[in-house]
Design a protein around this ligand. Structure first.
Ligand SMILES: *Cc1c(COP(=O)(O)O)cnc(C)c1O
Length: 411
């Protein structure tokens, strides 16, 4: 197709997608691909899943959108499912449409918290510490939170109030906390930044530090949440005992339908027992399309199916299988498989193979996979990310791994 009227912000592959079926995608020329990308970890139940499609169509016939000027019963039902069965800690949900919006939302909550719990001299706290190689989105707020220069080129001045430190480095983090700091924000597994898991002892220490300094623990679960990493949430796959204050979600929550949310803990934030969630009162935040009836009905079907099929456990088992299979090939170009559950990164060894000018090793290997009929996704310059649907049939997983082997062995 000709895309001359579309702003060229994406480095797109030279193919046009026509339809999907489970863990296969078909382009407009009828070529079939094994899908280890799943819409960048969004299509968690595969393409055209009848359970998801039916919920969506049924709601479309009733009511797609009516605005948040009225109660939307689907929001109540979905929020209950998420709080009770996915997050598992008392709290409240705000619905939005994407990961960046969810992160902007928790940044706003952190700033309001910083007003209610100011520094000793009475000045509001506003600074959020995030980590190098993190990815939090592309809006002004979430981009400013992102610890990657390449995302921010020529969009400065950035939003004030962010500081970036090295991931898993407690000393650097401790040194960065100042009187303005009100929160620490992290991904349990950095997705875009290279599939870098947080170390359990680091995550525990961050949670302790937050208690000690009265900071909010803000967890970006946009990519690693909703059963992808072998537990209902990414942080639970690493350290189930920690309790975040704010959690952002999107991607898998909608099974491919645009949906996002953030969760705010009901925990007390002062001696009077004021609930943290109570600081976001009427008028403090909003979104025209946040939590539409059609998004909620679709997402509710996804969340119920994730639980019914115990897909967190399945992600854990299949993820271990991917790791042992790929590492078992003992290929000179592979430097281990990182990640948890079905968020996996194949490390590509620097200098083990030649890469065309102007391409990263990950982008190059990804293009070879695509030519071989396998869709994956780069994560940083040296990591090939494998993020298939959580219900990928075992034989399709094997088919994809065989294609991956042929590409890697041919380097
Ligand atoms: C994808 C992603 C985002 C941004 O989500 P959008 O829906 O693209 O705005 C934020 N955080 C993480 C961890 C992500 O993987």
């Amino acid at each position: 197709m000709e895309y001359q009227y579309v702003l060229p912000t994406y480095g797109q592959a030279p193919m046009d997608m026509a339809r999907g079926e489970g863990s296969y995608l078909f382009d407009t020329e009828g070529r079939r691909y094994v899908d280890f990308c799943a819409g960048i970890a969004t299509c968690c139940l595969g393409h055209a899943n009848p359970i998801v499609v039916e919920a969506l169509c049924e709601q479309a016939h009733k009511l797609m959108h009516c605005s948040n000027l009225y109660g939307i019963p689907g929001q109540a039902a979905l929020a209950e499912q998420i709080v009770e069965h996915i997050i598992g800690i008392p709290g409240k949900i705000f619905f939005c449409n994407s990961g960046a919006e969810a992160n902007d939302g928790i940044i706003k909550v952190a700033r309001r918290f910083g007003h209610r719990r100011p520094a000793e001299d009475g000045s509001p706290r506003y600074e959020v510490i995030t980590f190098n190689k993190s990815f939090h989105g592309r809006t002004l707020g979430s981009m400013s939170a992102t610890g990657q220069k390449k995302i921010q080129i020529e969009f400065d001045p950035l939003l004030v109030g962010f500081k970036y430190v090295d991931f898993n480095n407690l000393e650097a983090l401790r040194a960065a906390v100042g009187k303005e700091t009100c929160g620490i924000m992290l991904e349990a597994i950095q997705g875009e930044g290279g599939v870098n898991p947080v170390q359990p002892e680091f995550l525990r220490a961050v949670a302790e530090l937050c208690k000690e300094k009265d900071l909010l623990l803000m967890v970006d679960e946009v990519q690693c949440g909703f059963c992808r990493c072998g537990a209902t949430m990414g942080w639970k796959a690493v350290c189930p005992e920690i309790q975040p204050d704010l959690v952002s979600c999107a991607k898998g929550i909608g099974g491919g339908f645009p949906m996002g949310c953030f969760w705010v803990s009901d925990r007390a934030m002062d001696a009077e027992g004021t609930a943290l969630s109570s600081i976001m009162n009427a008028g403090s935040h909003g979104s025209t399309f946040g939590g539409t009836p059609i998004a909620c009905a679709t997402s509710l079907a996804v969340v119920k199916e994730l639980q019914r099929g115990n897909y967190a456990e399945r992600a854990k088992v299949l993820g271990e299988h991917i790791k042992s299979t790929v590492e078992g090939w003992n290929l000179p170009c592979v430097e281990g498989v990182r990640g948890l559950g079905l968020l996996r990164g194949v490390g590509l060894k620097k200098g083990a193979f030649s890469v065309p000018e102007g391409m990263t090793p990950a982008a190059y290997v990804n293009s070879l996979c695509r030519e071989a009929g396998l869709l994956a996704c780069p994560a940083g310059p040296d990591t090939l990310r494998l993020i298939p649907a959580l219900n990928i049939p075992e034989e399709v997983l094997e088919e994809g791994l065989a294609l991956l082997h042929s590409v890697l062995a041919g380097l």
